[in-house]
Design a protein around this ligand. Structure first.
Ligand SMILES: [Zn+2]
Length: 251
């Protein structure tokens, strides 16, 4: 098991939706929160892959639709999420990745969690667009060993050449300016409704500055969670608030 620092007793993270444009460091931050709080990340992409790989009834339905060139509908994804949320490792919380993506999914999730001790809170990691653009378009990788370089933050000793094996570095085809702007546009279109939803339904939304050192960003997210959980967790009439904040079950 991962060793958890003492301060995990101060915040029971509960369900957390981490939002952020491509390149803000969402993956890195999610990994850190998972380690710190001992909670899983739930990604709909991963769920879909697992169900298909294990040939579950839901996976077979997805296979069937995809083989006919159709999209996997919300309803099927929702069922996969529902099954996943019944696993015991989600008790203290979890990080949602790529879900909810739409207003309907956000409403569905809230209905699912109506009896849960804590509602979903959303944390948006924000980095100025120009900074993101530089982060992404300055990235090069080695086709042989997979090492990733960055022309500003982690340049190779010789420009364009891998330090480890001398291979010529390449740029991923989607690390270009055009692809970046497309992805930003799609990100804004998709997340705007979700952000509005969590802003509108209680204080369940926070924004943190992602243009800082990785540790600082983690600290800001932790502080935001603490604040949101103090503001947002409505006293549960049934449990008289007994499961709020510090009452971490013995796991
Ligand atoms: Zn290499």
């Amino acid at each position: 098991m991962t060793q958890r620092p003492d301060n995990t007793k101060e915040v029971l993270p509960g369900p957390v939706l981490l939002l952020g444009a491509p390149g803000v460091g969402k993956g890195t931050q999610a990994k850190r929160l998972m380690d710190e709080f001992g909670i899983p990340q739930i990604s709909t992409g991963d769920l879909l892959r697992e169900h298909r790989k294990n040939h579950t009834p839901l996976g077979l339905m997805a296979d069937d639709l995809m083989s006919r060139g159709q999209l996997v509908p919300d309803d099927l994804v929702n069922q996969m999420v529902q099954t996943r949320l019944q696993q015991p490792d989600t008790q203290r919380g979890y990080i949602l990745d790529g879900f909810p993506r739409t207003l309907n999914q956000a409403e569905w999730l809230d209905a699912q969690l109506a009896e849960a001790p804590l509602p979903v809170v959303a944390v948006n990691i924000v980095v100025p667009e120009q900074v993101l653009l530089e982060r992404i378009t300055g990235r090069f990788s080695c086709p042989v060993c997979g090492t990733i370089y960055h022309q500003v933050s982690h340049p190779p000793r010789q420009p364009g050449i891998c330090d480890r094996d001398g291979a010529a570095l390449i740029q991923r085809s989607d690390d270009t300016v055009e692809v970046f702007h497309e992805r930003m546009k799609s990100f804004r279109a998709k997340t705007a409704a979700v952000i509005e939803y969590y802003k509108a339904h209680g204080s369940r939304f926070a924004q943190v500055d992602g243009d800082a050192a990785v540790d600082q960003v983690t600290n800001a997210i932790r502080a935001a969670l603490q604040r949101l959980r103090q503001d947002a967790a409505p006293p549960q009439p049934s449990s008289a608030g007994a499961t709020r904040l510090k009452a971490v079950p013995n796991v």
